[in-house]
Design a protein around this ligand. Structure first.
Ligand SMILES: O=P(O)(O)O[C@H]1O[C@H](CO)[C@@H](O)[C@H]1O
Length: 301
């Protein structure tokens, strides 16, 4: 009997079977669209679009900028499945539930996973609108374990360790049919795909805004205090967001090739004198502004 945190191997394959009954496509590439970056879905040709709420056992998207639809079809001739809307732990889902679609993608035959996100720039040299190839990550959630005090705190100058952390997505009983109990995470982000992404960006004339760096996942939904941004910088993070790492880990757990890019939508404040408030609206607006560049980059890759 399955004693871990769900979903079971059988449930994942049941969902995949349902989807195979709704689309003729058998994708090998999976794409996850970050906040405000769902426009890539419009470029998928001859698409079969399946809303999450029509898929049994599938969590639904609740965040503005995430439509909650699976898009199957062709992108430059390649058969893809694209998540137009991802799931975040802060929406109230346990971490494992946010990655059900990634497990399902693998069951559908997906071998390569392309993750995109909107992120705050921690590296002071990064500017709003920059595109960062994810070289590595910090799984803040997994490093710190599950905190009983998880949630926001409204003091001005604090480090809300609970809000920053969550739980590792692979916590719970392990089914070896998915992957190993202990996952080595060195080399999570595929070097060859990163090289390809860098080359593609340069060819598109995006070299000036191209960065490479370390993405740190925090639990959210609170944006960082100044003290937290400083902490993350000292940890070695270049950009911060509330997603992506759990998906990457689950992808690697199942042997997928993983790569990804972050759009820097705001600069995190490292100084009280210049501190300004970040909003989700601002994040979405920068996504809109850079939409065309990101779509061209994804197509070229
Ligand atoms: O990571 P994605 O889904 O791109 O979204 C990012 O944008 C939202 C905050 O504005 C957070 O959900 C953060 O993780």
């Amino acid at each position: 009997m399955w004693m871990g945190q769900g979903p079971s191997y059988e449930e994942v394959h049941e969902i995949a079977k349902t989807l195979e009954g709704k689309t003729k496509y058998r994708p090998t590439l999976g794409i996850v669209c970050g906040s405000g970056l769902g426009g890539l879905g419009d470029l998928v040709e001859e698409a079969d679009i399946i809303p999450y709420d029509e898929i049994p056992h599938f969590p639904v998207s609740t965040v503005p900028g995430h439509m909650g639809k699976l898009v199957f079809g062709k992108l430059k001739g390649q058969i893809v499945v694209l998540m137009r809307g991802r799931l975040h732990c802060y929406e109230g889902y346990p971490m494992w539930k946010t990655t059900i679609p990634i497990r399902v993608m693998k069951a559908l035959g997906v071998e390569t996973l392309f993750l995109t996100n909107a992120a705050g720039g921690i590296n002071p040299d990064f500017n709003t609108g920059d595109i960062m190839i994810i070289r590595d990550h910090i799984d803040f959630a997994g490093l710190s374990g599950e905190c009983v005090l998880r949630g926001a705190n409204d003091e001005r100058d604090h480090i809300d360790f609970a809000g920053l952390s969550g739980e590792c997505v692979l916590r719970g009983a392990n089914d070896e049919r998915f992957g190993p109990r202990f996952l080595a995470t060195v080399g999570t982000w595929d070097d060859a795909m990163n090289e390809l992404a860098e080359k593609a960006a340069k060819e598109l004339g995006l070299g000036d805004i191209l960065r490479r760096g370390v993405y740190v996942m925090i639990g959210g939904p609170t944006f960082e205090t100044v003290a937290e941004s400083r902490l993350l910088k000292n940890f070695g993070a270049d950009a911060v967001g509330m997603s992506t790492v759990a998906e990457a880990l689950v992808g690697r757990h199942m042997g997928m090739k993983v790569f990804g890019i972050s759009l820097i939508t705001d600069k995190c404040c490292l100084d009280y004198t210049t501190a300004k408030v970040t909003t989700h609206e601002e994040v979405l607006a920068i996504g809109q502004k850079r939409a065309k560049d990101l779509q061209s980059l994804a197509l070229k890759i």
